[in-house]
Ligand binder design. Structure first.
Ligand code: T46
Length: 132
């Protein structure tokens, strides 16, 4: 079993260039309520938390970065480096994002509005949660 679930985003590219279209409940398996993007990271690692309910899809629009996913039992990692691939991150997955290229622009689609109460930011608390 792998924690890496990659979505092939529909690409309508032609001789004029690439065009990727993203729609809720189609290629993205949830209603998109929020998006945010991360850039100019100066290669500082981020994440180090899990979400209780939130589901997200991460798309590296430019450059590359590495996601390390952990469900408390196994860990997998992937280098995201394509604007046509979305990484689906289910709830109760600890994530660490590292190895950002200088030009990395990381777009995240989320199925809920921002809610700090949905975060588990302590790794031991995360392990306790997934073992119950
Ligand atoms: C995740 C990874 C991939 C908001 O106010 N609204 C928002 O929608 C978000 C995402 C963040 N914030 C605030 C909360 C913090 O004060 O922005 C600040 C930085 O957030 P955080 O330290 O959580 O950033 P990352 O990069 O560690 O994590 C973020 C998301 O929070 C998280 O859900 O999965 O990106």
């Amino acid at each position: 079993m792998s924690l890496i679930q990659l979505i092939d985003l529909p690409n309508f590219g032609d001789q004029r260039g690439e065009l990727v279209a993203i729609e809720s409940n189609q290629s993205i398996p949830f209603e998109i309520k929020r998006l945010y993007y991360i850039f100019k990271t100066k290669n500082q690692s981020r994440g180090f938390h899990a979400h209780i309910n939130l589901k997200q899809v991460a798309i590296c629009l430019k450059g590359s970065c590495r996601f390390v996913l952990d469900n408390g039992h196994l860990k997998d990692e992937i280098l995201l480096a394509s604007p046509t691939k979305g990484l689906l991150i289910e709830s109760l997955i600890w994530r660490e994002i590292r190895d950002f290229s200088d030009d990395c622009v990381l777009l995240i689609l989320a199925n809920e509005h921002y809610n700090e109460n949905d975060y588990i930011r302590n790794y031991q608390a995360f392990l306790n949660k997934v073992s119950t």
